[in-house]
Design a binder for this molecule. Structure first.
Ligand code: NAP
Length: 452
């Protein structure tokens, strides 16, 4: 039989998940030596993962990263296989039978919970659900967000918390030309939310948001970021920590928060940053009405970082909507090992492992590999590193016949996605928006048929 990686017998690699980490893996594979054919699977008919379903509608510049992915998709040895869920429509075993190597790029689709009483009351949602809802993700269209309340609480001070706080705080016209769904925009137009309280369990030096994100909120029309002088000040441990370990963004966050601390807000919509504050319970009869919070102080942990410790002091905040933005979490993929504690696919440098044993020909990239951290660009180097491992392992691959995988009839190709894409853009133009997304898989498939 012909050698692997030759025109007679190209190396066949399947990637599961077409978000940034999947696309960067495809790009690195197609740039590698030899004949390599890449099939990129997605459970949705649409590609791009969190770039489409996660990045906020008013962050269109970030979404231009898809231009690079389009170039990869134009490669003659690339195929997009949309609307096929690995683990449901085809098994991981079947992929490993049909492909020489399989790379999992399945991200971290679920959210972490806070683990406090009342968390499941109506009115309490994950930020993941809210983000998916306004971004038209088919999984998240059934949620109902009651915005008929003056105050919302957002738990967490990462960039997802900033996104949801900004979407809640912004004047609807800020979003009207974007690709937010019209349904979400119409609902936001009726919103009574005027105060958004963002809770950070540690201090200003440990805020996980990037300086641009917090400043962007304050720069919105008729929106002020509000923080007390006490919350913006550093305790001695944080001053020391910032000197020793602080990054430039950590310092810029502190500088910004201290520069606005204590001022009287004049805007009609306000985002209050409350630090050293943890939620302890969500309270309410039928639905969330209040959040019981507690004050923390910081104490040094064994690894030198500063952790929150409850001081015992309590306060109750009124809030009719609570969004927890305390981090994403991976979900198990049937047939693949899963580290339940970390919410990732266990691996050594991208090679999937089950206990001590390496799972032959199976790899992982992105958030499924390292957990939900880093910006889109972080995935480029991360995916490249895993692809280098796949290249190292090529010479040991068995040279066997690999029958083509049988695909369900409803598979969506790249040209199918392009037809969906152009129809979404045309729908958007009708209402002065850059795009009006199809928010249900059936609607996407109907559009495909109509689009010929
Ligand atoms: P994140 O950056 O890890 O932030 C999670 C936040 O939740 C932290 O403030 C964390 O506090 C807090 N938290 C965790 N558990 C908590 C608990 N039990 N109670 C209270 N607070 C808790 O995660 P993320 O915001 O989901 O973002 C994920 C990644 O995507 C990040 O790398 C982010 O930068 C990126 N992202 C970027 C953008 C953008 O560039 N615009 C937008 C969205 C997301 P501690 O620090 O104390 O743990």
């Amino acid at each position: 039989m012909a050698e692997l990686g030759t025109t007679e017998r190209p190396l066949r690699v399947a990637i599961v998940g077409s978000g940034p980490s999947g696309f960067y893996a495809a790009t690195a594979l197609l740039a590698s030596e030899g004949a390599v054919h890449v099939d990129l699977f997605d459970r949705l008919p649409t590609p791009f993962g969190l770039v489409r379903g996660g990045v906020a509608p008013d962050h269109q510049k970030i979404k231009t990263v898809t231009r690079a992915y389009n170039k990869t998709a134009a490669h003659e040895d690339f195929r997009f296989i949309g609307n096929v869920q690995v683990g449901r429509d085809v098994s991981l075993g079947a992929l490993l039978y049909s492909y020489d190597q399989v790379i999992l790029a399945v991200g971290a689709e679920a959210d972490r919970s806070m683990g406090i009483p009342g968390e499941d009351l109506p009115g309490s949602h994950s930020a993941t659900a809210f983000v998916g809802w306004y971004n038209g993700h088919p999984d998240h269209q059934d949620h109902v967000f009651d915005l008929n309340t003056p105050t919302a609480v957002v738990v967490g001070v990462g960039n997802v918390a900033m996104d949801v706080a900004r979407i809640l705080a912004a004047q609807p016209d800020h979003l009207s030309q974007t690709d937010i769904t019209t349904r979400a925009l119409d609902h936001l137009r009726t919103s009574k939310v005027r105060d958004i309280v963002v809770l950070g369990r540690r201090g200003p030096a440990q805020a996980a948001f990037t300086p641009t994100e917090i400043k962007e909120i304050d720069a919105l029309e008729d929106v002020d970021v509000v923080i007390s002088e006490g919350d913006a000040s550093l305790d001695p441990a944080s001053t020391k920590w910032l000197d020793l370990f602080g990054t430039k963004p950590n310092r810029q966050n502190v500088e910004f928060l201290q520069s606005i601390a204590g001022r009287t807000p004049t805007a009609s919509r306000r985002v209050h940053v409350r630090l050293l504050t943890s939620p302890h319970a969500l309270l309410g009869q039928e639905r969330v009405e209040q959040v019981k919070v507690g004050r923390n102080q910081l104490e040094e942990r064994d690894d030198g970082s500063l952790g929150p410790v409850d001081t015992g002091s309590r306060e109750v905040l009124d809030a009719g909507l609570v969004l927890r933005a305390v981090g994403y979490r991976g979900v198990p993929l049937p047939g693949a090992p899963f580290d339940d504690r970390r919410g990732i696919i266990p691996n050594v440098e991208g090679r999937v492992v089950d206990g001590e044993a390496v799972k032959e020909r199976l790899y992982v990239v992105g958030w499924a590999k390292r957990g939900p951290s880093g910006l889109i660009g972080t995935n480029r180097a991360d995916s490249k590193a895993t692809v280098e491992k796949t290249i190292e392992d090529r010479s040991a691959l068995p040279v066997v016949d690999r029958p083509m995988l049988e695909l369900p009839p409803t598979t969506v190709s790249w040209s199918g996605w392009e037809r969906i894409d152009s129809q979404e853009i045309a729908r958007g133009q009708e209402s002065g928006k850059i795009r009006e997304k199809f928010v249900a898989v059936d609607a996407m498939l109907d559009a495909l048929e109509q689009g010929g």
